[in-house]
Design a protein around this ligand. Structure first.
Ligand SMILES: [Fe+2]
Ligand SMILES: [Fe+2]
Length: 243
């Protein structure tokens, strides 16, 4: 197992592990994002069994014990399976997530008490980096789902939104909407709900310049237009499902 690491925005690194056995013949990537600062943050921990490979890649940029914050989109193995492994190697680190994730799962499952973030709350990481936590319940799945937005670089850490197959370059300016629609057709991983499109449009209002996909390349460009197109497609799916 080999994990790559690339800088996709100023001070934001994408760690990516490609698994050809998932979704063949294209395969599937699992990505984590490291934001540097006085208090560095890791978004997604990776699967527990990927921990040694992901840790080795992270250490090319930062000693693991310097991590201060561990956060992720929702409570699933690829998002947070290695949470306690990171807490063990980074003694000053703490899990940070929304109220629902903490009260429902993390207060029990994390080896140290998590920090509960209110919707819209900002953590100042230092060195100019500020991450805002945004509740996105059930989008794309999980009651406790949320995303992070790094304000200085306008980077939306959008978790499973825009999930796609394949192993493209770390950063693309190409289409990320078409491949996301294809992956949704294949996996059906999202909770189709009447409010899904509206939730995604609130993220479009941030006008992100970079979308950091958990499963796919990072996208640099007009993030608002991509998010609105994705929202429109989910609206279409909801209409179809309820027709
Ligand atoms: Fe997920
Ligand atoms: Fe995921």
């Amino acid at each position: 197992m080999d994990t790559k690491i690339d800088e996709i925005a100023d001070g934001i690194f994408r760690l990516s592990t490609f698994v050809p056995e998932i979704g063949p013949p294209d395969g599937f990537t699992f990505n984590q994002f490291l934001i540097l600062g006085d208090d560095p943050l890791l978004f997604h921990t990776g699967l527990r069994r990927m921990f040694p490979s992901i840790r080795a890649a992270l250490e090319r940029v930062l000693p693991s014990d310097r991590l201060r914050w561990i956060s992720f989109g929702h409570y699933e193995a690829d998002e947070c399976g290695a949470m306690n492994e990171w807490l063990a190697v980074a003694p000053r680190s703490q899990v940070a997530h929304g109220q629902t994730a903490c009260l429902v799962s993390l207060n029990d499952m994390a080896d140290r008490p998590p920090r509960i973030l209110q919707d819209g709350e900002v953590i100042d990481l230092g060195l100019g980096k500020r991450v805002r936590y945004i509740d996105t319940p059930h989008v794309p799945h999980g009651w406790e789902a949320g995303v992070l937005y790094e304000e200085a670089t306008s980077t939306l850490l959008c978790g499973d939104l825009f999930t796609q197959l394949g192993n493209r370059a770390a950063l693309t300016e190409g289409d990320v909407v078409g491949p996301a629609i294809a992956a949704e057709d294949l996996f059906g991983y999202s909770t189709l709900s009447p409010t899904m499109g509206a939730t995604i449009r609130t993220l479009a209002a941030l006008s992100p310049r970079t979308l950091a996909l958990m499963h796919g390349p990072a996208f640099r460009g007009d993030g608002a237009t991509a998010l609105r197109a994705l929202a429109d497609d989910y609206d279409r799916r909801v209409r179809q499902a309820s027709a």
